[in-house]
Design a protein around this ligand. Structure first.
Ligand SMILES: [Zn+2]
Length: 448
């Protein structure tokens, strides 16, 4: 296939190349407009994050030790997953597996794609399972996971089921489109991918979250009243305050806001309610209301939809350049056996885009923290809450910089505590939180 226009006629490839450029320009423009770039930096102002202010030497050492114990299975699992997906997808091996699996069912493209894809995903998942179990055993022996092993296995199975179903439906549909319109499938495919991102983003809280947790309305009382009042003061419509039974899975503390418009709910982990004073729960919820007020889910959905569209068009362009038959043993994207190649393509894109997604997330999180401080005007409680969240999950409060840059979805605990102090400094009459580390606090009466 030629990349040049054939005389006056516009070829699909040239059109796709222009559409790709256009979508990327719109994506960059949307990211420039919607993401509060610089939020993380401006949040801490002149204050240098310093974990030793708020965490004792023992707490820092524990978080550091745990992070070291978890990073080995975590990175190995990721390496095995990516490596295996690439070996299967970027050699004829994956195509052969898809072909063999579909043979007893007549060898049609649909079975090659769906059943073949399921087997490929299963192979990768099973290969990474020992590392998942290793990480879980570290979390269990350190009191971070409260799951039983059957409970863990069930969570793994459900997680795999949800992601495999979504992946296979999307990619099988893409192969189906490529069979129907060999030159123009990327138009419907790109629009379909964007639509899928929007659908999943809206349906996830309603369909997927209940698979993992049960939610019960928070009983009437002072806290429920104050959380709803906080939302009202913030101008965020909230339908209900729910409690999630997270404690049967984890010892970490959390809350979130999900749903849209009048169906929006505040969800609070039961263990947060048990362990944190009401004022700190309000600080957590104030942060979550920030996500709702600033429409961060919409931002994520718009960027995700544009990104998905760009990826589909890029797939069309790349698959035209590569010798698919010779390298991967497939005749094109419309070949049912191309599922292995598609999975590899998606894995590479998601791996290389992780730092960008993390950076966007950190900016949104920093802005939500500012929102919480503006709303509650209580940096002391905010700081105590940040310390509690970090110590409850035995977080690494002095994390590796490269890993944080690549995978960190939130500013570090030290940065969030620095942001609380910076907020106090810029608000006259507000006292900045003092050091919160137990050893610092007791130092006052010790020999210091
Ligand atoms: Zn957040």
């Amino acid at each position: 296939m030629a990349v040049v226009a054939d005389g006056e006629r516009v070829t699909p490839r040239v059109t796709a190349a222009w559409v790709f450029v256009l979508v990327v320009v719109v994506l960059v423009g949307a990211a420039a407009l919607l993401v509060p770039w610089g939020s993380a930096r401006s949040a801490t102002g002149s204050i240098t994050p310093d974990a030793t202010l708020d965490f004792s030497a023992a707490e820092i050492a524990l978080g550091d030790r745990l992070a070291r114990l978890l990073v080995v299975p975590g990175l190995t699992s990721m390496g095995v997953s990516l490596g295996l997906t690439l070996v299967l997808g970027l050699t004829p091996l994956g195509a052969r597996i898809a072909s063999a699996v579909a043979r007893p069912l007549g060898g049609g493209w649909f079975w090659q794609a769906s059943l073949g894809g399921l087997l490929l995903l299963l192979i990768v998942r099973l290969a990474t399972l020992p590392f998942g179990a290793w990480a879980e055993s570290v979390r269990r022996s350190n009191g971070l996971s409260t799951r039983t092993w059957p409970g863990w296995a069930l969570d793994v199975a459900k997680g795999f089921g949800v992601s495999a179903l979504l992946t296979l439906v999307a990619l099988t549909a893409l192969i189906g489109l490529a069979r129907r319109w060999p030159d123009w499938w990327w138009v419907a495919g790109g629009l379909g991918a964007a639509l899928l991102v929007v659908t999943v983003s809206f349906a996830y809280p309603l369909v997927v979250e209940p698979l993992f947790n049960s939610f019960t309305p928070m009983p009437d009382g002072a806290l429920r009243t104050s959380l709803l009042a906080l939302a009202e003061e913030d101008g965020v419509t909230v339908d209900d305050v729910l409690v999630a039974d997270a404690s049967r899975r984890t010892s970490t503390l959390n809350a979130y806001v999900s749903g849209f418009g009048s169906s929006r709910r505040i969800v609070v982990y039961d263990n947060l309610l048990e362990q944190a004073p009401d004022a700190e729960v309000e600080a957590v919820v104030a942060h979550e209301l920030g996500h709702a007020a600033d429409r961060d889910v919409v931002t994520g959905t718009v960027l995700g939809a544009l990104g998905a569209m760009a990826v589909v068009v890029l797939l069309y362009l790349v698959s035209g350049w590569l010798p698919l038959e010779r390298w991967f043993g497939i005749s094109g994207i419309g070949d049912g056996r191309s599922m292995a190649f598609l999975l590899a393509f998606v894995a590479v894109i998601s791996f290389v885009s992780t730092p960008v997604q993390s950076e966007v997330s950190r900016q949104l999180e920093a802005r939500a923290d500012q929102h919480a401080l503006d709303l509650t005007k209580d940096p002391q409680t905010f700081a105590e809450m940040q310390r509690r969240l970090a110590t409850a999950s035995k977080s690494d409060v002095t994390p590796n910089r490269a890993l944080t840059w690549w995978f960190g979805t939130h500013p570090t605990a030290a940065a969030r505590l620095a942001a609380a102090r910076a907020w106090a400094l810029t608000h006259p009459g507000v006292i900045a939180p003092g050091p919160l580390a137990p050893d610092r606090v007791t130092d006052v009466t010790g020999e210091g």
